[in-house]
Design a protein around this ligand. Sequence first.
Ligand SMILES: Nc1ncnc2c1ncn2[C@@H]1O[C@H](COP(=O)(O)OP(=O)(O)OP(=O)(O)O)[C@@H](O)[C@H]1O
Ligand SMILES: [Mg+2]
Length: 442
Amino acid sequence: MSAPKRSAAANELRDWRVWAMVAVAVVVLVRAALLRVGWWAALAVLPVAGVVFAIVAIRLLRRPAAASGFPAEATRALAAHLPDGGRPPRVLDARQNGEVWEVEWRLHDRRSGQALLKKTRDLEHELGAALELHHDKHRLRMRAGTAEIPDVVTFEEFYRHPAPDGELVVGIGMSRWGAVWADLVKLPHLLIGGTTQFGKSVMVSQMLTRLALTYGPEHLKLALVDFKRVELSAFEGLPHVTPPDGQAASIAVAKDIEAYLELLKVLSESLDERRLRFDLARVKNIQDWNRRPELGGRLPYVLLVIDELAEVSVEEAGNPEEKRQRQEALALLARMARLGRAFGFHIIAATQRPAVETVPGPIKSQLLARICFKVATGTESRVVLGEDNSTGAELPAHRGRGIWQWSLPAVFQGPLLTDPEPLLAGLKRPAVLAVESEEEVA
Ligand SMILES: Nc1ncnc2c1ncn2[C@@H]1O[C@H](COP(=O)(O)OP(=O)(O)OP(=O)(O)O)[C@@H](O)[C@H]1O
Ligand SMILES: [Mg+2]
Protein backbone atom coordinates (compact mmCIF):
# COMPACT_ATOMS: atom_id res chain seq x y z
CA MET A 1 0.00 0.00 0.00
CA SER A 2 1.22 3.50 -0.72
CA ALA A 3 1.76 6.00 2.08
CA PRO A 4 -1.23 8.05 3.17
CA LYS A 5 -1.58 11.30 1.23
CA ARG A 6 -2.71 14.70 2.39
CA SER A 7 -3.83 17.55 0.21
CA ALA A 8 -1.07 19.52 -1.55
CA ALA A 9 -2.15 22.74 0.19
CA ALA A 10 -1.77 21.13 3.61
CA ASN A 11 1.69 19.87 2.75
CA GLU A 12 2.82 23.31 1.60
CA LEU A 13 1.46 24.93 4.73
CA ARG A 14 3.13 22.32 6.87
CA ASP A 15 6.49 22.76 5.09
CA TRP A 16 6.86 26.55 5.34
CA ARG A 17 5.77 26.61 8.97
CA VAL A 18 8.23 23.95 9.96
CA TRP A 19 11.03 25.75 8.14
CA ALA A 20 10.02 29.07 9.69
CA MET A 21 10.28 27.46 13.11
CA VAL A 22 13.72 26.10 12.39
CA ALA A 23 14.79 29.59 11.37
CA VAL A 24 13.36 31.11 14.57
CA ALA A 25 15.06 28.49 16.76
CA VAL A 26 18.42 29.16 15.09
CA VAL A 27 18.01 32.92 15.45
CA VAL A 28 17.17 32.57 19.17
CA LEU A 29 20.24 30.43 19.83
CA VAL A 30 22.62 32.64 17.88
CA ARG A 31 21.24 35.69 19.62
CA ALA A 32 21.66 34.07 23.03
CA ALA A 33 25.27 33.36 22.20
CA LEU A 34 25.81 36.88 20.88
CA LEU A 35 24.32 38.41 23.99
CA ARG A 36 27.23 36.73 25.71
CA VAL A 37 25.34 34.56 28.02
CA GLY A 38 28.20 32.24 27.11
CA TRP A 39 28.30 28.92 25.31
CA TRP A 40 27.37 26.92 28.41
CA ALA A 41 24.17 28.86 28.84
CA ALA A 42 23.46 28.52 25.11
CA LEU A 43 23.89 24.75 25.42
CA ALA A 44 21.47 24.70 28.38
CA VAL A 45 18.87 26.42 26.22
CA LEU A 46 19.34 23.86 23.45
CA PRO A 47 17.38 20.90 24.98
CA VAL A 48 14.54 23.21 26.02
CA ALA A 49 14.38 24.71 22.55
CA GLY A 50 14.55 21.17 21.10
CA VAL A 51 11.57 19.97 23.16
CA VAL A 52 9.51 23.03 22.31
CA PHE A 53 10.45 22.63 18.66
CA ALA A 54 9.47 18.92 18.66
CA ILE A 55 6.10 19.56 20.33
CA VAL A 56 5.16 22.33 17.92
CA ALA A 57 6.43 20.36 14.90
CA ILE A 58 4.43 17.27 15.87
CA ARG A 59 1.30 19.34 16.31
CA LEU A 60 1.85 20.92 12.91
CA LEU A 61 2.55 17.59 11.25
CA ARG A 62 -0.64 16.11 12.70
CA ARG A 63 -2.72 19.03 11.61
CA PRO A 64 -5.35 17.77 9.14
CA ALA A 65 -5.78 18.91 5.61
CA ALA A 66 -8.40 21.60 5.28
CA ALA A 67 -11.78 19.88 5.03
CA SER A 68 -12.62 19.89 1.36
CA GLY A 69 -13.62 17.15 -1.07
CA PHE A 70 -14.69 13.92 0.57
CA PRO A 71 -14.04 14.98 4.21
CA ALA A 72 -16.14 18.10 3.76
CA GLU A 73 -18.93 16.14 2.09
CA ALA A 74 -18.83 13.53 4.86
CA THR A 75 -18.88 16.26 7.53
CA ARG A 76 -22.03 17.76 6.01
CA ALA A 77 -23.68 14.32 5.78
CA LEU A 78 -22.86 13.57 9.44
CA ALA A 79 -24.16 16.97 10.55
CA ALA A 80 -27.46 16.31 8.80
CA HIS A 81 -27.87 13.11 10.82
CA LEU A 82 -26.98 14.55 14.21
CA PRO A 83 -29.94 14.14 16.56
CA ASP A 84 -30.15 17.88 17.28
CA GLY A 85 -29.38 18.76 13.66
CA GLY A 86 -26.60 20.69 15.36
CA ARG A 87 -23.10 21.97 14.72
CA PRO A 88 -21.02 19.98 12.26
CA PRO A 89 -18.32 17.86 13.94
CA ARG A 90 -14.74 19.16 13.68
CA VAL A 91 -12.36 17.33 11.34
CA LEU A 92 -9.25 16.25 13.31
CA ASP A 93 -7.53 14.24 10.63
CA ALA A 94 -8.11 13.23 7.01
CA ARG A 95 -5.95 10.90 4.95
CA GLN A 96 -6.39 9.44 1.50
CA ASN A 97 -4.81 6.20 0.35
CA GLY A 98 -5.83 5.41 -3.22
CA GLU A 99 -9.63 5.26 -3.22
CA VAL A 100 -9.83 4.84 0.55
CA TRP A 101 -10.33 7.78 2.91
CA GLU A 102 -9.73 7.75 6.65
CA VAL A 103 -11.29 10.68 8.46
CA GLU A 104 -11.50 11.46 12.16
CA TRP A 105 -13.80 14.01 13.80
CA ARG A 106 -14.33 15.46 17.23
CA LEU A 107 -18.00 15.40 18.12
CA HIS A 108 -19.46 18.25 20.11
CA ASP A 109 -21.73 15.85 21.96
CA ARG A 110 -20.24 12.41 22.69
CA ARG A 111 -23.73 10.83 22.82
CA SER A 112 -24.32 11.60 19.13
CA GLY A 113 -21.68 8.99 18.08
CA GLN A 114 -23.99 6.07 18.75
CA ALA A 115 -26.81 7.68 16.76
CA LEU A 116 -24.44 8.23 13.80
CA LEU A 117 -23.32 4.58 13.85
CA LYS A 118 -26.93 3.52 13.39
CA LYS A 119 -27.12 5.68 10.27
CA THR A 120 -24.20 3.92 8.54
CA ARG A 121 -26.34 2.47 5.73
CA ASP A 122 -28.00 5.87 5.03
CA LEU A 123 -24.61 7.56 5.01
CA GLU A 124 -23.29 4.95 2.56
CA HIS A 125 -26.12 5.78 0.15
CA GLU A 126 -25.67 9.53 0.53
CA LEU A 127 -21.91 9.48 0.10
CA GLY A 128 -21.85 6.72 -2.55
CA ALA A 129 -19.16 4.93 -0.54
CA ALA A 130 -18.67 1.82 1.55
CA LEU A 131 -18.20 2.87 5.17
CA GLU A 132 -16.80 1.60 8.42
CA LEU A 133 -17.56 3.80 11.42
CA HIS A 134 -16.00 3.61 14.89
CA HIS A 135 -16.94 5.74 17.84
CA ASP A 136 -14.99 6.35 21.00
CA LYS A 137 -16.21 9.06 23.38
CA HIS A 138 -15.88 12.36 21.47
CA ARG A 139 -14.07 10.81 18.54
CA LEU A 140 -15.66 9.40 15.43
CA ARG A 141 -13.50 7.58 12.88
CA MET A 142 -14.60 6.71 9.36
CA ARG A 143 -12.98 4.49 6.73
CA ALA A 144 -14.58 5.07 3.37
CA GLY A 145 -14.10 3.12 0.15
CA THR A 146 -14.99 5.52 -2.64
CA ALA A 147 -14.10 3.57 -5.81
CA GLU A 148 -16.81 3.01 -8.43
CA ILE A 149 -17.88 -0.61 -8.85
CA PRO A 150 -17.68 -1.31 -12.60
CA ASP A 151 -20.60 -2.91 -14.45
CA VAL A 152 -18.20 -5.46 -15.88
CA VAL A 153 -14.59 -6.29 -15.11
CA THR A 154 -12.91 -8.84 -17.32
CA PHE A 155 -10.54 -11.52 -16.03
CA GLU A 156 -7.61 -9.85 -17.78
CA GLU A 157 -8.47 -6.38 -16.42
CA PHE A 158 -8.87 -7.63 -12.88
CA TYR A 159 -5.63 -9.57 -12.72
CA ARG A 160 -3.63 -6.58 -13.90
CA HIS A 161 -3.91 -5.34 -10.30
CA PRO A 162 -0.95 -6.33 -8.15
CA ALA A 163 -1.83 -9.43 -6.14
CA PRO A 164 -1.01 -9.68 -2.44
CA ASP A 165 1.37 -12.35 -1.16
CA GLY A 166 -0.08 -15.68 -0.15
CA GLU A 167 -0.20 -19.38 -0.90
CA LEU A 168 -3.45 -19.75 -2.86
CA VAL A 169 -4.38 -16.21 -3.77
CA VAL A 170 -7.47 -15.58 -5.92
CA GLY A 171 -9.35 -12.45 -6.92
CA ILE A 172 -12.92 -11.92 -5.71
CA GLY A 173 -13.79 -8.76 -7.63
CA MET A 174 -13.77 -4.97 -7.75
CA SER A 175 -15.39 -3.29 -4.78
CA ARG A 176 -15.60 0.24 -3.44
CA TRP A 177 -12.38 -0.58 -1.57
CA GLY A 178 -10.62 -1.47 -4.83
CA ALA A 179 -9.60 -4.99 -5.85
CA VAL A 180 -10.63 -7.65 -3.31
CA TRP A 181 -8.39 -10.70 -2.93
CA ALA A 182 -8.50 -13.84 -0.83
CA ASP A 183 -5.88 -16.39 0.13
CA LEU A 184 -7.82 -19.66 0.21
CA VAL A 185 -5.30 -21.08 2.65
CA LYS A 186 -6.36 -18.51 5.22
CA LEU A 187 -10.10 -19.07 4.76
CA PRO A 188 -11.86 -21.85 6.59
CA HIS A 189 -13.50 -22.97 3.30
CA LEU A 190 -15.84 -20.98 1.05
CA LEU A 191 -19.59 -21.17 0.39
CA ILE A 192 -21.02 -19.47 -2.70
CA GLY A 193 -24.79 -18.94 -2.99
CA GLY A 194 -26.95 -17.24 -5.57
CA THR A 195 -29.90 -17.57 -7.90
CA THR A 196 -29.37 -19.41 -11.16
CA GLN A 197 -27.43 -17.46 -13.81
CA PHE A 198 -25.98 -14.82 -11.51
CA GLY A 199 -22.34 -15.87 -11.62
CA LYS A 200 -21.46 -18.79 -9.31
CA SER A 201 -19.83 -20.99 -11.93
CA VAL A 202 -18.05 -18.05 -13.55
CA MET A 203 -16.63 -17.18 -10.13
CA VAL A 204 -15.48 -20.76 -9.56
CA SER A 205 -13.99 -20.99 -13.09
CA GLN A 206 -12.09 -17.73 -12.86
CA MET A 207 -10.68 -18.76 -9.48
CA LEU A 208 -9.60 -22.17 -10.78
CA THR A 209 -8.10 -20.63 -13.91
CA ARG A 210 -6.12 -18.13 -11.89
CA LEU A 211 -4.93 -20.86 -9.51
CA ALA A 212 -3.90 -23.18 -12.34
CA LEU A 213 -2.04 -20.37 -14.11
CA THR A 214 -0.28 -19.26 -10.93
CA TYR A 215 0.55 -22.47 -9.08
CA GLY A 216 2.00 -25.72 -10.38
CA PRO A 217 0.55 -29.17 -9.65
CA GLU A 218 3.26 -29.75 -7.05
CA HIS A 219 1.70 -26.90 -5.06
CA LEU A 220 -2.00 -27.47 -5.74
CA LYS A 221 -4.20 -30.44 -6.66
CA LEU A 222 -7.78 -29.94 -7.77
CA ALA A 223 -10.64 -32.32 -6.98
CA LEU A 224 -13.71 -31.25 -8.92
CA VAL A 225 -17.37 -32.23 -8.61
CA ASP A 226 -19.62 -31.28 -11.51
CA PHE A 227 -22.71 -33.42 -12.16
CA LYS A 228 -23.86 -31.00 -14.92
CA ARG A 229 -20.69 -32.01 -16.79
CA VAL A 230 -20.32 -28.60 -18.41
CA GLU A 231 -19.35 -26.05 -15.78
CA LEU A 232 -15.92 -27.46 -14.89
CA SER A 233 -15.18 -29.46 -18.03
CA ALA A 234 -12.53 -26.92 -19.10
CA PHE A 235 -10.31 -28.09 -16.24
CA GLU A 236 -10.22 -31.76 -17.22
CA GLY A 237 -6.80 -32.69 -18.46
CA LEU A 238 -4.95 -30.15 -16.33
CA PRO A 239 -1.95 -31.66 -14.57
CA HIS A 240 -3.48 -30.35 -11.32
CA VAL A 241 -6.48 -32.58 -11.86
CA THR A 242 -4.64 -35.62 -13.22
CA PRO A 243 -2.29 -36.17 -10.33
CA PRO A 244 1.33 -37.28 -10.48
CA ASP A 245 2.24 -40.79 -9.34
CA GLY A 246 1.58 -41.72 -5.79
CA GLN A 247 -0.50 -38.68 -4.86
CA ALA A 248 -4.19 -39.53 -4.36
CA ALA A 249 -4.22 -41.25 -7.73
CA SER A 250 -7.93 -41.07 -8.50
CA ILE A 251 -8.48 -37.36 -7.92
CA ALA A 252 -10.36 -36.17 -11.00
CA VAL A 253 -13.67 -34.64 -12.00
CA ALA A 254 -16.55 -36.52 -10.33
CA LYS A 255 -19.64 -36.51 -12.54
CA ASP A 256 -22.02 -38.75 -10.59
CA ILE A 257 -22.69 -39.80 -7.03
CA GLU A 258 -20.55 -42.97 -7.17
CA ALA A 259 -17.52 -41.06 -8.42
CA TYR A 260 -18.15 -38.34 -5.85
CA LEU A 261 -18.23 -40.82 -2.99
CA GLU A 262 -15.11 -42.52 -4.34
CA LEU A 263 -13.35 -39.15 -4.58
CA LEU A 264 -14.24 -38.27 -1.00
CA LYS A 265 -12.96 -41.64 0.20
CA VAL A 266 -9.63 -41.09 -1.55
CA LEU A 267 -9.34 -37.58 -0.14
CA SER A 268 -10.26 -38.85 3.30
CA GLU A 269 -7.55 -41.53 3.16
CA SER A 270 -5.06 -38.97 2.00
CA LEU A 271 -6.07 -36.71 4.90
CA ASP A 272 -5.62 -39.58 7.40
CA GLU A 273 -2.24 -40.42 5.93
CA ARG A 274 -1.08 -36.82 6.31
CA ARG A 275 -2.46 -36.78 9.83
CA LEU A 276 -0.38 -39.80 10.76
CA ARG A 277 2.75 -38.39 9.17
CA PHE A 278 2.28 -35.03 10.87
CA ASP A 279 1.70 -36.76 14.24
CA LEU A 280 4.85 -38.85 13.90
CA ALA A 281 6.92 -35.83 12.91
CA ARG A 282 5.18 -33.69 15.57
CA VAL A 283 4.21 -31.17 12.95
CA LYS A 284 1.12 -29.00 13.48
CA ASN A 285 0.10 -28.15 9.95
CA ILE A 286 0.98 -28.30 6.26
CA GLN A 287 2.81 -24.97 6.36
CA ASP A 288 5.20 -26.33 9.03
CA TRP A 289 5.61 -29.60 7.12
CA ASN A 290 6.48 -27.82 3.90
CA ARG A 291 9.04 -25.67 5.68
CA ARG A 292 10.97 -28.84 6.56
CA PRO A 293 11.81 -30.69 3.33
CA GLU A 294 13.83 -33.30 5.28
CA LEU A 295 10.53 -34.75 6.52
CA GLY A 296 9.68 -36.28 3.15
CA GLY A 297 9.12 -33.55 0.59
CA ARG A 298 6.55 -30.84 0.09
CA LEU A 299 2.87 -31.74 0.07
CA PRO A 300 0.44 -30.03 -2.29
CA TYR A 301 -2.69 -28.25 -1.15
CA VAL A 302 -5.84 -30.06 -2.23
CA LEU A 303 -8.83 -27.95 -3.28
CA LEU A 304 -12.20 -29.71 -3.48
CA VAL A 305 -14.67 -27.76 -5.61
CA ILE A 306 -18.38 -28.65 -5.70
CA ASP A 307 -20.19 -26.68 -8.42
CA GLU A 308 -23.69 -27.41 -7.02
CA LEU A 309 -24.19 -28.62 -3.47
CA ALA A 310 -27.86 -29.47 -4.16
CA GLU A 311 -26.71 -32.21 -6.53
CA VAL A 312 -24.94 -34.07 -3.73
CA SER A 313 -27.61 -33.46 -1.08
CA VAL A 314 -29.25 -36.41 0.68
CA GLU A 315 -32.72 -35.14 -0.35
CA GLU A 316 -31.91 -35.78 -4.01
CA ALA A 317 -31.56 -39.55 -3.49
CA GLY A 318 -33.63 -41.64 -5.93
CA ASN A 319 -33.51 -44.91 -3.93
CA PRO A 320 -32.37 -46.23 -0.52
CA GLU A 321 -28.94 -47.34 -1.81
CA GLU A 322 -28.27 -43.89 -3.26
CA LYS A 323 -29.47 -42.31 -0.02
CA ARG A 324 -26.89 -44.38 1.89
CA GLN A 325 -24.15 -43.27 -0.52
CA ARG A 326 -25.15 -39.65 -0.18
CA GLN A 327 -25.24 -39.85 3.61
CA GLU A 328 -21.80 -41.44 3.65
CA ALA A 329 -20.48 -38.74 1.32
CA LEU A 330 -22.00 -36.00 3.48
CA ALA A 331 -20.30 -37.41 6.58
CA LEU A 332 -16.93 -37.50 4.77
CA LEU A 333 -17.41 -33.97 3.46
CA ALA A 334 -18.32 -32.69 6.94
CA ARG A 335 -15.22 -34.38 8.36
CA MET A 336 -12.99 -32.89 5.70
CA ALA A 337 -14.47 -29.45 6.35
CA ARG A 338 -13.84 -29.89 10.08
CA LEU A 339 -10.32 -31.32 9.98
CA GLY A 340 -8.94 -30.60 6.54
CA ARG A 341 -7.49 -27.12 6.79
CA ALA A 342 -4.45 -27.96 8.90
CA PHE A 343 -3.61 -30.79 6.48
CA GLY A 344 -3.95 -28.66 3.38
CA PHE A 345 -7.50 -29.59 2.31
CA HIS A 346 -9.77 -26.71 1.31
CA ILE A 347 -13.34 -26.65 0.03
CA ILE A 348 -15.28 -24.33 -2.27
CA ALA A 349 -18.96 -25.25 -2.61
CA ALA A 350 -21.61 -23.37 -4.59
CA THR A 351 -25.37 -23.63 -4.62
CA GLN A 352 -28.36 -22.00 -6.25
CA ARG A 353 -30.58 -23.34 -3.45
CA PRO A 354 -29.25 -21.95 -0.18
CA ALA A 355 -31.46 -23.85 2.28
CA VAL A 356 -30.95 -26.11 5.28
CA GLU A 357 -31.44 -29.28 3.19
CA THR A 358 -28.74 -28.27 0.70
CA VAL A 359 -26.31 -26.73 3.15
CA PRO A 360 -26.70 -28.81 6.33
CA GLY A 361 -25.51 -27.37 9.65
CA PRO A 362 -22.18 -29.28 9.89
CA ILE A 363 -21.17 -28.02 6.43
CA LYS A 364 -22.43 -24.49 6.88
CA SER A 365 -20.68 -24.06 10.20
CA GLN A 366 -17.31 -24.86 8.58
CA LEU A 367 -17.63 -23.02 5.26
CA LEU A 368 -17.16 -19.66 6.92
CA ALA A 369 -16.10 -17.43 4.07
CA ARG A 370 -19.11 -16.54 1.96
CA ILE A 371 -19.96 -15.12 -1.43
CA CYS A 372 -23.60 -14.25 -2.04
CA PHE A 373 -24.84 -13.33 -5.49
CA LYS A 374 -28.40 -12.11 -5.98
CA VAL A 375 -30.86 -14.35 -4.10
CA ALA A 376 -34.65 -14.36 -4.24
CA THR A 377 -35.50 -14.03 -0.56
CA GLY A 378 -34.19 -12.69 2.72
CA THR A 379 -34.27 -16.26 4.06
CA GLU A 380 -31.85 -17.45 1.35
CA SER A 381 -29.62 -14.47 2.02
CA ARG A 382 -29.54 -15.34 5.71
CA VAL A 383 -28.52 -18.94 4.91
CA VAL A 384 -25.52 -17.63 2.94
CA LEU A 385 -24.59 -14.49 4.86
CA GLY A 386 -25.82 -15.35 8.33
CA GLU A 387 -28.60 -14.31 10.65
CA ASP A 388 -29.96 -10.78 10.26
CA ASN A 389 -28.28 -10.35 6.90
CA SER A 390 -30.80 -10.12 4.09
CA THR A 391 -28.65 -7.87 1.89
CA GLY A 392 -28.20 -10.69 -0.68
CA ALA A 393 -31.85 -10.23 -1.65
CA GLU A 394 -31.38 -6.46 -1.99
CA LEU A 395 -28.54 -6.71 -4.52
CA PRO A 396 -29.31 -5.30 -7.97
CA ALA A 397 -30.27 -7.93 -10.54
CA HIS A 398 -26.86 -7.65 -12.15
CA ARG A 399 -24.83 -10.70 -13.17
CA GLY A 400 -21.55 -11.12 -11.38
CA ARG A 401 -22.51 -8.62 -8.62
CA GLY A 402 -22.15 -10.17 -5.19
CA ILE A 403 -21.33 -9.71 -1.53
CA TRP A 404 -18.02 -10.97 -0.22
CA GLN A 405 -18.15 -11.75 3.47
CA TRP A 406 -14.95 -12.46 5.26
CA SER A 407 -12.78 -9.99 7.13
CA LEU A 408 -14.19 -6.89 5.49
CA PRO A 409 -17.67 -7.36 3.97
CA ALA A 410 -17.82 -5.83 0.50
CA VAL A 411 -20.11 -5.60 -2.50
CA PHE A 412 -18.10 -6.51 -5.61
CA GLN A 413 -18.25 -7.18 -9.34
CA GLY A 414 -16.57 -10.51 -10.06
CA PRO A 415 -13.99 -11.02 -12.83
CA LEU A 416 -15.75 -12.21 -15.99
CA LEU A 417 -14.20 -15.19 -17.73
CA THR A 418 -16.47 -16.76 -20.31
CA ASP A 419 -14.05 -19.30 -21.73
CA PRO A 420 -11.10 -20.56 -19.70
CA GLU A 421 -10.02 -23.07 -22.41
CA PRO A 422 -7.64 -20.83 -24.40
CA LEU A 423 -5.88 -19.72 -21.22
CA LEU A 424 -5.49 -23.28 -19.98
CA ALA A 425 -4.55 -24.97 -23.26
CA GLY A 426 -0.83 -24.45 -22.70
CA LEU A 427 -0.97 -26.21 -19.34
CA LYS A 428 -2.66 -29.39 -20.54
CA ARG A 429 -0.74 -32.53 -21.28
CA PRO A 430 -0.20 -33.15 -25.00
CA ALA A 431 -1.53 -36.73 -24.62
CA VAL A 432 -4.82 -35.47 -23.24
CA LEU A 433 -5.13 -32.89 -26.00
CA ALA A 434 -4.46 -35.61 -28.54
CA VAL A 435 -7.22 -37.81 -27.12
CA GLU A 436 -9.63 -34.88 -27.18
CA SER A 437 -8.84 -34.04 -30.81
CA GLU A 438 -9.29 -37.68 -31.81
CA GLU A 439 -12.70 -37.63 -30.19
CA GLU A 440 -13.56 -34.46 -32.07
CA VAL A 441 -12.57 -36.06 -35.38
CA ALA A 442 -14.70 -39.11 -34.56
N1 LIG B 1 -18.70 -11.64 -13.19
C1 LIG B 1 -19.55 -11.55 -14.21
N2 LIG B 1 -19.61 -10.43 -14.95
C2 LIG B 1 -20.49 -10.32 -15.97
N3 LIG B 1 -21.33 -11.30 -16.34
C3 LIG B 1 -21.32 -12.45 -15.65
C4 LIG B 1 -20.43 -12.64 -14.55
N4 LIG B 1 -20.65 -13.87 -14.04
C5 LIG B 1 -21.61 -14.42 -14.79
N5 LIG B 1 -22.01 -13.58 -15.76
C6 LIG B 1 -23.02 -13.86 -16.79
O1 LIG B 1 -24.00 -14.71 -16.23
C7 LIG B 1 -24.06 -15.95 -16.93
C8 LIG B 1 -24.33 -17.06 -15.96
O2 LIG B 1 -23.28 -17.18 -15.05
P1 LIG B 1 -23.00 -18.56 -14.29
O3 LIG B 1 -23.01 -19.68 -15.26
O4 LIG B 1 -21.80 -18.37 -13.48
O5 LIG B 1 -24.30 -18.66 -13.37
P2 LIG B 1 -24.58 -19.68 -12.21
O6 LIG B 1 -24.86 -18.86 -11.00
O7 LIG B 1 -23.51 -20.70 -12.12
O8 LIG B 1 -25.93 -20.35 -12.71
P3 LIG B 1 -26.48 -21.84 -12.40
O9 LIG B 1 -26.94 -21.80 -10.98
O10 LIG B 1 -27.62 -21.98 -13.35
O11 LIG B 1 -25.37 -22.80 -12.64
C9 LIG B 1 -22.71 -16.06 -17.62
O12 LIG B 1 -22.81 -16.83 -18.78
C10 LIG B 1 -22.37 -14.62 -17.93
O13 LIG B 1 -22.99 -14.21 -19.12
MG1 LIG C 1 -23.45 -22.74 -12.41
